[in-house]
Design a binder for this molecule. Structure first.
Ligand SMILES: Cc1cc2nc3c(=O)[nH]c(=O)nc-3n(C[C@H](O)[C@H](O)[C@H](O)COP(=O)(O)OP(=O)(O)OC[C@H]3O[C@@H](n4cnc5c(N)ncnc54)[C@H](O)[C@@H]3O)c2cc1C
Length: 408
């Protein structure tokens, strides 16, 4: 078969790409190819929906999928891309029954995202889960539905933290284990301390600066053995130690792979090949740095831009530049944590004292590099809006009370 624009992947970047192409170049035929059986759905709720509430796949499905289908967009689901032939403008695919075929395209948008990292120690063990897809969430929730089973989360990042918070809200005991002594340490010591306190104050156990070295089955159930000699009850384990870009299928394509797909400022990876979302490394003109971002908003924005540029490569119109301000949110224990900006690690961190949460502003010379808030939503929104452009430190100083000395 052939199509004008082929979108590979079935999540937020894919759906935003398809929407943008349908709006921007309505005459082009669009095919969305995903190895998932279900059309694109929201992932963020998978770690946040309370255990007593239903995880409803239909309700999580992006509403625009129905509209796109109505406009003739084809969703080829349960079908995996296995190779890309840039010169021949073809993608090899294998469907759920193992049948191989090819799709010829005018342009392709790669949005294959990331997949969870599972270290060898955890492979093939029962009741060890990752959380990326709907099926993962359903299996994990089923595993913890027996309230007598203990739960451990490996990794104090956002997905592990959110699921630990979901368990705690349900009155469940859970321990987070992390090799790092300071969770979210890349945002500074005070943020790490606030984050740890948020979990501890809500009843989540934290074993920090300690790694898993093995498992033991005891009369009380399975336990994790840690490097320090401590043990953590762990009938069920959630691994939240990070993800890696899903690029294996591109190994023979000639597309440059370097912890993601290397793209230019237009999200172009090769002739008529564009990419968007968690899988992309690109030079972000807003910050003058090359980066790969693993957050929903970036995937959505890049999907839109890569979709437009792929359509333009077919119609002959000029491409647009992708310059975004990275942003994420996370909801844990009733607290919204938000960050916007881009940090190199050399910034000064300045606290803005205030009620109802904490807010940190990151200073790089005379400009603002980012802002992180626990609650403090209104102030956060104002600074986030300013960050669309380079913002002087003076501007933020005139808006907020700022502590006189940096906090880290
Ligand atoms: C549980 C959870 C909670 C999250 N919460 C937040 C949050 O609160 N805030 C936030 O900013 N971000 C959050 N994120 C991150 C956010 O969801 C991701 O940044 C976003 O999903 C990335 O979208 P994507 O389209 O680039 O890739 P992905 O969502 O990774 O999707 C990639 C798609 O490509 C498909 N695919 C992969 N390989 C192939 C192939 N060879 N052939 C065909 N299809 C293929 C996959 O099956 C999948 O459908 C969360 C993520 C998870 C998992």
């Amino acid at each position: 078969m052939s199509t004008d624009v082929l979108v590979v992947g079935g999540s937020v970047a894919a759906v935003r790409a398809a929407e943008a192409i349908a709006r921007h170049a309505p005459d082009l035929a669009i095919t969305v190819l995903s190895d998932e059986e279900h059309p694109p759905y929201e992932r963020p709720p998978l770690s946040k929906v309370g255990l007593r509430d239903d995880l409803d796949l239909a309700a999580l499905t992006y509403p625009s999928v129905a509209d796109l289908r109505g406009r003739g967009v084809e969703f080829r689901l349960g079908t995996r891309a296995t190779a890309l032939d840039v010169g021949g403008r073809r993608v090899e695919v294998v469907d759920g029954s193992g049948r191989a075929s090819e799709i010829e395209y005018g342009a392709v948008v790669v949005t294959t995202g990331c997949e969870p990292i599972v270290p060898p120690l955890f492979r093939d063990l029962p009741d060890v889960y990752s959380l990326r897809r709907f099926q993962d969430a359903a299996a994990l929730r089923h595993a913890v539905s027996d309230r007598t089973r203990s739960v451990a989360v490996i990794g104090a990042g956002f997905i592990g933290g959110e699921f630990a918070a979901t368990l705690a809200k349900d009155g469940r005991a859970v321990t987070i284990v992390d090799l790092a002594e300071k969770p979210l340490g890349r945002f500074g010591d005070r943020v790490a301390a606030d984050y740890a306190a948020l979990h501890r104050d809500s009843g989540v156990g934290l074993q920090l600066g300690d790694g898993v070295v093995g498992f033991e089955n005891t009369a009380e159930g399975r336990v994790l053995r840690l490097g320090s000699g401590a043990t953590v009850p762990a009938d069920v384990v959630l691994l939240g130690i990070g993800v890696r870009p899903s690029t294996e299928w591109l190994a023979s394509s000639g597309v440059v792979l370097n912890n993601g797909i290397e793209c230019d400022a237009h999200l172009r990876a090769a002739d008529r090949v564009y990419a968007a979302g968690d899988v992309v490394r690109w030079p972000n003109a807003r910050f003058g740095s090359t980066m790969r971002i693993e957050h929903w908003t970036n995937a959505a924005e890049q999907g839109r831009i890569a979709g437009i540029n792929a359509a333009n490569s077919v119609t002959g119109a000029d491409p647009v530049v992708c310059a975004t301000v990275p942003y994420f949110w996370s909801d844990q224990h009733g607290t919204r944590i938000q960050f916007s900006g881009f940090l190199s690690g050399d910034e000064e961190i300045v606290e803005s004292p205030g009620q109802d949460g904490s807010l940190y502003v990151y200073r790089s010379g005379d400009v603002v590099a980012g802002v992180l808030a626990f609650e403090r939503r209104a102030e956060f929104v104002k600074i986030r809006a300013l960050l669309r452009r380079e913002t002087s430190w003076e501007t933020v100083q005139s808006m907020l009370p700022l502590a006189s000395s940096p906090v880290a």
